[in-house]
Design a protein around this ligand. Structure first.
Ligand SMILES: Cc1ncc(COP(=O)(O)O)c(C=O)c1O
Length: 395
């Protein structure tokens, strides 16, 4: 039987890094010990007070659908957090929707606002899901290049240059995956001015907000003058609270923007997992000490990994200010990042993500996640350093 798949789906590829994961799996089955630096999640357990709250909810029989927008306790905790930490004032009844991870919140937002032909500005490199989600909705992703020589900071002039009468939305992600850059107040104010002048919607993905170093300060663009009404702030629990498997996130913003997203969410998932939501209430209302401990450990690993990379001849590396990734350049080798990632896997047992998986501008880079302990980082860097000595420099 020959059943045609929809045009929408046939145009979208499987992830370009599937080959690397499959090969890593095969090698592990055959006894290889792989250092996993490809995984985009913390390697810590969820803090115990959060797990206890979810477990108690199960014991109490909170096992049914919740309100479509999430349990009121969680929406209130989110509204409280946004006011306290981000300077964003939302009504928990109409301006917050709890979703199945940030991922669902992002897709729902794009489906709610993007018509076929609408252009969406997306930094390149970026988490590639943005691009494919826009394409799923029939929209046109417009890459805005990030440059290593500008420390991968989004340049408002590059944004301005790409605006047309079809531009509908800009997607921002700070701290940024894969480069770890953090947008400062000056850049955000310029981006705000561009958004207001050109009537753009802003999707601000703030999932790495709490994983930030060197006294950098996370600023939510929705808190800037004139921005609340045009910004959908998306955040979640996966990274800051090591709750990626819980699948919980949310979108917040003015009711005029949140209610159309709510419609998509309603048809898509009904509601997020009931007992998990009770755990998330504790994440926001309980002690923040485990977050601080995790960030301290990440910071230690970040410094180690950056130092080790910078010791390797010809490798350059912008010092990341947030998230848990380093994005070093191996352009001097003259081979594609996919070839290099496969070579590192096979010859040095290091699994990482080729930069090209994040867009055209990511070619020549690798994303190394430091969600693995310092001993493993050191051993992996020893093997990488030795291996690179064997690759002849091209050109
Ligand atoms: C930039 C970015 N946004 C969103 C997500 C997805 O988050 P969640 O687990 O909340 O769906 C990720 C996960 O890697 C990410 O890197």
């Amino acid at each position: 039987m020959n059943i045609a798949i929809s045009n929408r789906i046939s145009q979208i590829p499987f992830s370009s890094i599937r080959g690397i994961f499959e090969e890593a799996g095969r090698m592990e089955k055959n006894g290889a010990r792989i250092t996993h630096m490809e995984i985009g999640r913390p390697d810590f357990d969820t803090p115990v007070h959060i797990k206890s709250a979810a477990s108690l909810a199960l014991d109490k029989g909170y096992v049914h659908y919740t309100s479509n927008s999430g349990i009121p306790e969680l929406r209130e905790a989110i509204a409280g957090k946004l006011k306290r930490e981000n300077g964003i004032i939302v009504d928990p009844h109409h301006e917050v929707v709890v979703s199945i991870g940030c991922k669902e919140a992002i897709l729902d937002t794009i489906i709610a606002f993007i018509n076929p032909g609408d252009e969406v500005l997306i930094p390149d490199p970026s988490w590639l899901e943005y691009q494919y989600m826009v394409e799923l909705a029939g929209g046109v992703p417009v890459p805005v290049p990030l440059h290593e020589k500008k420390d991968f900071i989004l340049d408002p002039n590059d944004v301005r240059d790409r605006i047309t009468d079809r531009t509908k939305m800009i997607i921002l992600n700070s701290p940024h995956n894969p480069t770890g850059t953090v947008l400062d107040g000056q850049v955000l104010r310029e981006l705000a001015e561009i958004s207001i002048t050109n009537h753009l919607l802003v999707l601000s993905d703030e999932i790495y907000e709490k994983i930030i170093y060197d006294n950098e300060k996370h600023i939510s663009i929705a808190s800037l003058p004139g921005m609340f009404e045009r910004t959908i702030t998306i955040n979640g629990f996966s990274k800051s609270y090591s709750m990626d498997g819980w699948r919980l996130g949310y979108e917040a913003g003015p009711s005029a923007l949140i209610q159309p997203i709510m419609k998509v969410h309603q048809y898509n998932t009904t509601s997020a997992t009931s007992f998990a939501q009770y755990g998330a209430v504790e994440a926001y209302n309980g002690t923040q000490e485990p977050v601080a401990d995790m960030v301290k450990e990440f910071n230690h690993r970040r410094q180690l990994l950056v130092n080790r990379l910078l010791e390797i001849p010809n490798v350059s590396c912008v010092i990341p200010k947030g998230a848990f990734y380093v994005f070093p350049s191996f352009k001097h080798l003259g081979i594609s990042s996919k070839e290099l990632a496969m070579y590192l896997l096979k010859e040095a047992q290091i699994a990482c993500v080729p930069g090209s998986a994040f867009g055209k501008n990511g070619e020549g880079y690798l994303r190394l996640a430091y969600s693995t302990d310092t001993k493993q980082i050191n051993q992996a860097m020893d093997r990488l350093t030795e291996l690179l000595k064997k690759i002849p420099k091209q050109g």
